[in-house]
Design a protein around this ligand. Structure first.
Ligand code: ASP
Length: 315
């Protein structure tokens, strides 16, 4: 009987929370057309992930499906539409971690259509956590992952951002966010978190950010929460930001919303900017930022849903 009740109603909610980057997102700058497009693609990404969860698939597969929609869209700084390096190239970082503790990541890769698939393959098909540069690239070829030529990733908007960044004063040359991330919770109560990015506009010398670094830009533990961050990666790396949320839950017994806010407060104190999404195994969600906005959304089996862009639009 109890089994039947559990089967009908589940043990708790399942669903997902996503982000598409945090930063100085201003309504006037976006314009109505672009704002509507962002909201639409965020919803498509939520739908893709939620459909997997609803069908009883794993949080891993929901996370991958979600990130692929965002990577394939030219609006976000991941896959197609990624920002440009100083030399005018697109270079990607991505990672995935499961609540069981397994993880995979790739950094400084080029021409791979969906970097998140490479991160997933590193987790599932190698004994390693992270592959970078040429080696990671060779592995992508060996796997037969879809590669695209440079023009596929090109967008005029990002190209103009590079020109602007190169003319800006030195301390403003690196600012452009738009990384994508997800935390999903499946019907089996397993969490997964994933992040994918082109990094920062005008990055140089093989710079790698926080997004592919487990503990910095991505973290996941079924006992605490899944986290994906976005913002100035150097601050997230120095603050071990994604893990910090989980650690506060473990050691201080904080709720996920409290831990996430404290972590962002720390980021602010240290002069960093950005935001993060987090979800615990009970389906409690946090979406926090110290920027003017963060593209974000949730879709949960208990009816919580929506997409938001500006900070003061919080649900
Ligand atoms: N955190 C990313 C990085 O530093 C950038 C972003 O979130 O947009 O590479």
């Amino acid at each position: 009987m109890i089994w039947l009740i559990l089967l009908c109603f589940g043990e708790g909610p399942y669903g997902l929370v996503i982000h598409g980057g945090a930063g100085t997102i201003k309504k006037e700058q976006l314009g109505d057309g672009l704002e509507a497009q962002y909201r639409q693609v965020l919803q498509q990404a939520l739908d893709a992930g939620y459909a997997k969860l609803q069908a009883g698939e794993s949080s891993e597969s929901a996370s991958i499906a979600t990130i692929m929609v965002l990577e394939d869209s030219s609006l976000f700084n991941a896959g197609r539409g990624a920002v440009f390096t100083h030399e005018g190239k697109n270079e990607f970082d991505a990672s995935i971690m499961l609540g069981s503790g397994r993880a995979g990541a790739c950094a400084a890769i080029r021409n791979v259509r969906n970097p998140i698939l490479l991160a997933q393959a590193i987790m599932n098909k190698t004994p390693h956590v992270m592959l970078v540069g040429e080696g990671a690239q060779a592995f992508a070829v060996e796997l037969g992952l879809k590669l695209e030529p440079d023009p596929y990733f090109f967008t005029e908007r990002r190209w103009n951002q590079l020109q602007k960044a190169q003319e800006a004063p030195p301390d403003e040359r690196w600012q452009k966010f738009g990384t994508v991330g997800v935390v999903a919770l499946d019907q089996q109560g397993q969490l997964a978190a994933a992040t994918s990015t082109g990094g920062l506009t005008n990055k140089r010398f093989g710079r790698v950010g926080d997004s592919p670094i487990i503990g910095a830009g991505t973290y996941c533990d079924n006992q605490t929460c899944g986290v994906s961050g976005t913002g100035q990666g150097e601050f997230f790396m120095r603050g071990v930001t994604a893990y910090d949320v989980s650690a506060m839950m473990t050691y201080l017994n904080d709720r996920v919303e409290v831990a996430a806010q404290k972590t962002i407060d720390k980021l602010t104190e240290r002069g960093g900017s950005g935001g993060l999404i987090a979800m615990d195994a009970g389906g409690n969600v946090a979406m926090v930022m110290n920027t003017a906005g963060m593209y974000r959304g949730i879709q949960m089996s208990d009816g919580r849903k929506g997409v938001w862009i500006f900070k003061d639009e919080n649900p």
